[in-house]
Design a protein around this ligand. Structure first.
Ligand code: HEM
Ligand code: HEM
Length: 219
């Protein structure tokens, strides 16, 4: 069995199983937490609970006006790499073929040169995130191994994807195998660290919004 066969076969299958069961496990764990009902009457004019929750999920996509100036750089940079990741993962033709083989769904691809350029911007943006974490005294103090591991498993698929396409490093098949192995690493770590924010952001913002709007607080 070649490295590529191993990566595409057992490694990726194992990673997908860990990802699916891990994410379900964590979601069920949070949804089954005991909930202490709020018996106080809602503040006059308070929106319905679901509306308060939904508003905060959307509202928190952007900082409050008071904080914009101080948080503009990390906010914009965060948008750059999140949107970049989405465009690369869902816009590149071979990725769409992969998704079609697994799910039957497909859509038109972006031009591959454009995806490559977006990939480079995404990688630079991710490096900027790491540099900020290393040089910002408070952020650095608060950071632990899990933060760096989450960064690494996010950045590696982009770096190896670029190297595969641009013919860097070893021959194509080996580089592609490393690309697939880095994706397996991302899927395996995903449920256990802070990458779960991709699912949890709805629950955490929603819970805050529901609680605050009940009390008449604008968030
Ligand atoms: C700029 C960044 C990236 C580039 C240029 C890129 C490029 C490629 C290329 C050329 C292939 C292989 C095509 C083939 O010969 O079969 C591939 C496969 C794949 N890539 Fe990427 N990739 C990038 C980022 C990512 C990211 C961030 C992910 C997911 C987190 C990802 C997931 C995949 C998957 C699942 C496959 C299919 C592997 C297979 O065929 O078994 N890629 N990518
Ligand atoms: C819709 C889904 C997602 C939302 C709403 C979201 C939102 C966020 C937010 C608000 C931050 C904090 C940014 C800051 O420090 O200003 C963040 C950080 C981050 N996100 Fe996401 N995210 C999502 C999906 C993902 C996915 C799928 C990945 C990777 C596979 C990812 C990787 C990261 C990483 C690595 C960081 C941390 C950067 C650091 O080290 O500070 N995110 N995300």
């Amino acid at each position: 069995m070649t490295l590529l066969d191993f990566a595409r076969g057992p490694a990726l299958q194992f990673a997908i199983i860990v990802f699916v069961f891990g994410v379900l496990w964590r979601l069920v764990g949070v949804l089954l937490l005991p909930r202490i009902g709020d018996r106080s009457p809602p503040r006059e004019g308070a929106p319905a609970t679901w509306l308060g929750a939904a508003r905060t999920v959307v509202r928190r996509m952007w900082p409050r006006r008071e904080f914009i100036e101080r948080t503009l750089y990390p906010t914009l940079n965060s948008y750059v790499f999140h949107v970049g990741l989405a465009l690369v993962v869902f816009g590149l033709a071979p990725h769409i073929v992969f998704i079609r083989d697994w799910t039957g769904l497909s859509w038109p691809a972006l031009p591959s040169d454009l995806v490559l350029a977006i990939g480079v911007v995404t990688l630079v943006s991710l490096v900027a995130v790491l540099v900020r974490r290393l040089v910002h005294p408070v952020l650095r103090l608060l950071s632990h191994a899990g933060d760096y591991l989450s960064w690494l498993v996010t950045a590696l698929p982009v770096a190896t994807g670029l190297a595969t396409t641009m013919d860097f490093g070893p021959r194509y098949e080996t580089m592609l195998a490393l690309h697939v192995l880095s994706i397996a690493a991302l899927l395996i770590w995903f449920p256990f660290g802070k990458l779960m924010h991709a699912f949890f952001f709805v629950l955490s913002r929603g819970a805050t919004g529901a609680r605050f709007s009940h009390r008449g607080v604008e968030v």
